[in-house]
Each structure stands twice: as structure tokens, then as C-alpha cells.
Ligand binder design. Sequence first.
Ligand SMILES: [Zn+2]
Length: 236
Amino acid sequence: MSILASLDHRSSSSQRTGKPSQPVDRPSAAEAEQAVMTLIRWAGEDPDREGLIDTPARVARAYREWFAGYDEDPDEWLQRTFEEIAGYDEMVLLRDVRFVSHCEHHLAPIVGRAHLAYLPHKRVVGISKLARVVEVYAKRMQIQERLTAEIADTVDRVLQPRGVAVIVEGAHGCMSSRGVHQAEATMVTSRMLGAFRDRPDIRQQFLSAINVRGVAGQGNLLFERASEGSDHERRW
Ligand SMILES: [Zn+2]
């Protein structure tokens, strides 16, 4: 079972930078640990039990790691570009960028991968920086639609390429472990900008470049599933 969500061209809330919109006052570590103890009691456990003694501190530290994306501006990762590219103007594609995010509705993990491509206009960026952009946005409380849009919009805004394409596949812990208990469901979202949106041939080139290895059968969840017969994923 897959859910396909295709995102509109530019959202009206398109930001001018990748910084979080509202900086907040952080509580102290002690306050955060106290809150975790409350949740442990809410679950029906005794936070003073030996095995749980260090858990609030561990959870508080884990939160800083899971949500480290609030301390970073993804635009900065893309600032350093290279212009000596010998006129290279073909697609640059980064496949299978793994990420772990958390849904803003349940704080449950979203585990997935992103594929992103752009058509350079006179300059390119170090490819690991693109993966960093995915990571920064993933390490915030998210919905997958916004994660997809933010990655694409940031590359578009900072690099100003001729086009950007992003496809994100995510398995949502809040869906697999609770509620409808759909352990196999994955959500697929996409955002196409510029030439990838306007030119079906270029969009197809991107989709084929991802598809090639998936059809070959090695480790590409998205297209292994697609080849199992669902037509949803083929609608791009
Ligand atoms: Zn959720």
C-alpha cells in the first residue's frame, strides 16, 4: 500500500531562508527530564525503578540529536559552490539519501530516503551538501509533504538552478505501530520545480535514472514496490 502525494508548485508559505520560523526559549535539561518522567508515569511505569533511572536524561539527550536541525540553517550548506564546471549542464542526481525524521503529530519516527536532482546553471555544489540539506530538515518535527517541499525549495532558492526534483519515500512509525497498524505502508511525495516541472522529457530522465537500479532489483525500496504492480507510483 502506498500513498502518493504530489505537491503544488510553490507553497504560499515559501520561506526566504531555511531557518526555523520561530525561535523558541528552550527549557533547562532538568525541566526536559522532568517532562520525560511525567510521560513515563503517564505510561504506567515507575520512573524511579532502577532500569529507568537514567532514562529521562538519555531521552533528553536523544531529543537534541533527533532535533538538531533547529540549530542549523540549511542555506549555509549550499553557499559554497563551484563554477569551474566546463560548461556541465546536465542533471546532477543524488539517490538514496537515508534520513530519520519525526512526525509532528505523534513525534514518532519517519524513516525513509530521498532522491534529489537539479539542473545546474553555471555552478554546482558539493554533493554531500545536498545530503546535509536533507538531514537538517529531517531533524525537525515534520510532515513528509513539508520535508519534501523544503528540500526542493532550498536547493532552488540558493543554487538557482534550471530545475529541481525531489522524491521522498517514508515509513511512518505512527502508522506502523499504532492507529491503523499499516506496517508495510510507505508514503511517497514529490516536488518538481523549473524544467523538471515544465518538461516531461527531463522529468522522465530523472525518474528513469532512479528507476534503472530499482528495476535491476538492488536495494531500492521505492521502485521494488512499484514493480510489484501498483500503478500509483508510476503516475509521476
Ligand atoms: Zn504521526
